[in-house]
Write a protein that binds this ligand. Structure first.
Ligand code: ADP
Length: 259
């Protein structure tokens, strides 16, 4: 018969806490979902046990990115059990719960409740939960951050977006709620030629790093605008699973996030 001490130890080890990393952007279309999926894959390569929550309730794309669209989550004791993806990453998205193609017309509180169910699911041994946030800085975002207290946030921006107010709004959402900002990732930075691999910089270079420094945050790296990133993402085969230039760009960001 185990002593009280042993039971207590067993209980504390069982309740391993999960670190939520929120991936956010000031607006849609900047590659937040693409980065979330590939960051998860790259962190898993580094040996972490990683899960993904697609909190982009109104435009979920993680099921497609991670090739798990046909999966349906089970529930046990009123908690959802995440589905598995071919990359070996457990995940949950609204796309797993609603009929494909059906538009969600929920008000804020309902969306917030649905999101809590995804985050409060039975994540088992998962250490890091990557949460692909809805774009922008509305009520759903604010209540998610307040209720689930991410350990940190990664901000995604494109070079053109940096000068605009959008990324700054996303940053201030986390500052207001005392969530540490891990840093800024510049996506679609430079164009990688599919023929020769040469990177050209239609928007110049160094702007994101300078903006990050000005905002007092770490710069986590740049992901080139590359056709293979879009093609692989559309095919549900995250480029971070491979070793080519695109994969390596995501690995470099994951190295920074893991530090
Ligand atoms: P968001 O989540 O910010 O709305 P997505 O991750 O869905 O943005 O990306 C929007 C589109 O841009 C998708 O078609 C995606 O495949 C493409 N995309 C994202 N990042 C890159 C990149 N670095 N190179 C090429 N295409 C990209």
């Amino acid at each position: 018969v185990p002593g009280v001490q042993d039971v207590r130890i067993a209980m504390t080890t069982e309740r391993k806490s999960i670190r939520i990393i929120a991936v956010a952007s000031g607006k849609g279309g900047v590659g937040k979902s693409t980065l979330s999926a590939n960051l998860a894959v790259a962190l898993k390569r580094l040996g972490f046990s990683v899960g993904i929550v697609d909190a982009d309730i109104y435009g979920p794309s993680q099921a497609r990115l991670m090739n798990s669209e046909d999966k349906k989550p089970q529930a046990q004791d009123k908690r959802l059990i995440p589905v598995d993806s071919p990359a070996g990453i457990p995940m949950l998205s609204m796309a797993h719960l609603v009929e494909p193609g059906k538009a969600l017309a929920w008000r804020g509180p309902m969306a917030g409740n649905a999101l809590s169910q995804l985050i409060d699911a039975d994540w088992g041994e998962t250490e890091i939960l990557i949460v692909d946030m809805p774009p922008g800085t509305g009520d759903v975002q604010l209540s998610m951050v307040q209720k689930h207290k991410p350990a940190g946030a990664v901000i995604v921006s494109t070079p053109q977006d940096l000068a605009l107010i959008d990324a700054r709004r996303a940053i201030s959402l986390f500052e207001q709620t005392q969530v540490p900002i891990i840093g800024l990732v510049e996506n679609m930075a430079g164009y990688s030629c599919p023929h020769c691999g040469e990177i050209s910089d239609p928007f110049g270079t160094g702007g994101a790093e300078a903006a990050a420094a000005q905002l007092g945050m770490a710069f986590l790296g740049r992901i080139p605008l590359a056709i293979d990133i879009r093609l692989k993402s559309d095919a549900g085969d995250p480029p971070a699973a491979g070793e080519d230039a695109s994969g390596q760009a995501f690995h470099a960001v994951a190295d920074q996030v893991a530090r």
